[in-house]
Design a protein around this ligand. Sequence first.
Ligand code: NAD
Length: 503
Amino acid sequence: MSDLTTNLATLLPHLDRLAAQGVQNRIAGRRLPAASGQTFDNASPVDETHICQVARGDAPDVDAAARAAQAAFADWRDTSGAERKKILHRIADAIEARADEIALCECWDTGQAIRFMSKAALRGAANFRFFADRAPGARDGQALPSPTLMNVTTRVPIGPVGVITPWNTPFMLSTWKIAPALAAGCTVVHKPAEFSPLTASLLVEIAEEAGLPPGVWNLVNGLGEEAGKALTEHPLIRAIAFVGESRTGSTIMAQGAPTLKRVHFELGGKNPVIVFDDADLDRALDAAIFMIYSLNGERCTSSSRLLIQSSIAEAFLEKLRARVKNIRVGHPLDPQTEIGPLIHKVHLDKVTSYFDIARNEGARITAGGAALDQPGHYVQPTLFEGASNDMRIAQEEIFGPVLTAIPFDTEDEALRIANDVPYGLTGYVWTNDLTRALRFTDKLEAGMIWVNSENVRHLPTPFGGVKASGIGRDGGDWSFEFYMEQKHIGFATGHHRIPQLGT
Ligand code: NAD
């Protein structure tokens, strides 16, 4: 990793280009402004300086993009899996070739630290390779013979799909949603988050330069309630893959109801890390810190509630406090930085509002608890202690570097507290008692659970949440289940008796 000065110097020409060109829509292979000619400002969370103007797409732009996706669908669907595999690998190669530019732009646009984002492009490329390799088998089905029929199943891509992504780690998340859609044979209209539009426009440009036919992947920038809403309501769009807040998920479900949209939702979380007194406490401490204070805490899978067994709570929390106070907040392009600025002033205000909420609810702030008095949306990593699970700081997704610690005495109590939230995305369990781990994970309400580990993603495994954290799963073959329709065909194997009416 290069130092701050080198990183800034490398980023500068890219920023100049962005400022000159602005971020446009991309429809049927053409860079286009919004039909209305309107734009919105994009500023960096680092120092609040202007980056560029962004096309403010709305219903007419979404309509043009949906028509382009529809027009490109039949050819892309009928392109052989082997050919789709080749093209997706070429996209991965091209992403890797521009990895530095992607990482630096992502940091500047989102405030994420380069120590985490330097791998973002490579992870994005890995997503493309993973689904590229599965493209040739995407249509595979089963043979289910019955006495009179040879029944076969196959899968066909559902059609043009809408992908709506949030502002946290936008590059990685966009590849995660779009690569399987393309591998399945769907065409795409992507609406990225208005707070962080830079890398989505790089990505579609890269894909087309790598040989993806025009119209297979279209990009419409804009606000959620304008471009996003229009996408969810468009009759040519067959399904919506959405990553974002739970509240937005229910709005999208309502918007999509009249056109019977299939939906896949990856939503919010208030995930517990549960530390029992028999655990490897040094490793548990490292993992608990990493899972809430990395990526600025702007992470759906963050362990934002620490459930700590009372017998070890004081010693554990003492070490935790010291470590949290030691976390380096700074410029995201400085490789030493562990926490960068939060995405936007609106989000900074939301996160810091929980400091007063915590005090008013009777919790103690034992580390952090303030924004930094300087330009940019910087906040101190923060720890709440003396909390109970009914407080808002334990129930609501804060989505910042803020951890709420809650003590418990027994395994039953830990389970009750862990499950007593509207969400159910991830859980992290620390114990060396194997039987307890099996018992506990069986009852823990979460789509993904790690035992004695932080979140380590393995692409063949299912990714998704339960309760208000989501509907559906990504990863492995599950992504294809969403982007494809099952089809059954029965072939008569002889002259079985057909009931005769009206004879
Ligand atoms: P958000 O819901 O505000 O916005 C997400 C996207 O939805 C944006 O592109 C936005 O423009 C769009 N949108 C907003 N209103 C819309 C509408 N009415 N119709 C259509 N689109 C609309 O979320 P955010 O603040 O950008 O992201 C943070 C949230 O995302 C957190 O809750 C986080 O937990 C969640 N998230 C979940 C996962 C997961 O895998 N479960 C991953 C990352 C982020």
